[in-house]
Ligand binder design. Structure first.
Ligand SMILES: [Zn+2]
Length: 277
């Protein structure tokens, strides 16, 4: 990726090093309800929560060396800035205005409108406050647990979360969340898969334009695809428990995630991203 020296987004809230929100204070009953609701409505990259091989405890947090952390901090801001440019242009073509998301950088845990955000959950988007939450040490998880770390893979992760923001702005996220409330567990999971695959497709649409701007270079598409493959439910389940239960999928198989990312990359058109059809 040719990202160095490009514009960095100012829509970033840097909470790194802060004592993970709620620290010292007990959340109380309201906090617990919010946490439970949040666990349901926040949308993440990989459903990493509860996947044993990927770590469920914040205490086993990965660490970054300061130089690497600086690089990732810059990369994240450049990618966010580029999503803002791309989606603003995209929305403007339809006569709409794009309202950017805010990216919250944090370490360990932090308070969100969806409850307590924890690094062990991996990056996620909270529709309630329209923010993307990212602990930069997720890069280490990608390297050690998902074996798909690269700047292009990290960019895909951010673009996927911004994809959920696009779904929120288009009214898709609230509508699907409402449908999920009335659905059975397996139907709700199936809807969740469709949402996640669409976020992958939207990430691909961003990637399509990133290629045009030479932000993505030769080989970067392959790296992003590899990342999408590495967070497929079947692959994560297989690694965690040795077998695969498709009904319990919440994010989609590796093949489907790659397919939808590819669809967005090739078309650059969100109308090709109807995973609900
Ligand atoms: Zn997601």
């Amino acid at each position: 990726m040719d990202w160095q020296g490009r514009r960095q987004s100012s829509n970033v809230e840097d909470r790194r090093g802060a004592s993970g929100g709620g620290g010292g204070k007990t959340p109380g009953i309201l906090g617990i309800i919010v946490l439970l609701v949040g666990a349901y409505y926040g949308v993440d990259l990989s459903g990493i929560v509860g996947t044993p091989s990927l770590g469920t405890s914040v205490s086993q947090q990965s660490t970054l060396d300061p130089q690497q952390e600086n690089q990732l901090n810059e990369l994240a801001r450049v990618v966010l800035a580029d999503t803002e440019a791309t989606w603003s242009e995209y929305f403007a073509r339809d006569g709409r205005q794009y309202t950017p998301t805010t990216m919250v950088l944090y370490t360990g845990g932090t308070q969100t409108a969806c409850g307590m955000g924890q690094a062990a959950m991996g990056p996620f988007y909270c529709p309630g406050d329209r923010k993307v939450y990212l602990d930069l040490s997720f890069y280490e998880d990608m390297r050690t647990k998902l074996k798909s770390a690269s700047d292009a893979a990290f960019a895909y992760v951010i673009a996927h979360e911004v994809g959920h923001h696009i779904q929120n702005l288009l009214g898709i996220l609230p509508k699907v969340n409402q449908m999920q409330q009335r659905a059975s567990k397996s139907e709700a999971n199936a809807l969740s898969v469709k949402l996640e695959l669409q976020a992958d497709c939207f990430a691909g649409v961003w990637g399509h334009f990133a290629v045009g701007k030479k932000l993505f270079e030769a080989g970067d598409i392959e790296k992003a695809m590899l990342a999408a493959e590495s967070v497929g439910d079947d692959r994560l389940q297989h690694e965690a428990q040795g077998y695969v239960v498709p009904d319990s999928f919440t994010h989609g198989s590796s093949a489907d995630r790659m397919k939808w990312l590819q669809t967005g990359l090739q078309s650059g058109d969100i109308n090709q991203c109807n995973t609900f059809r």
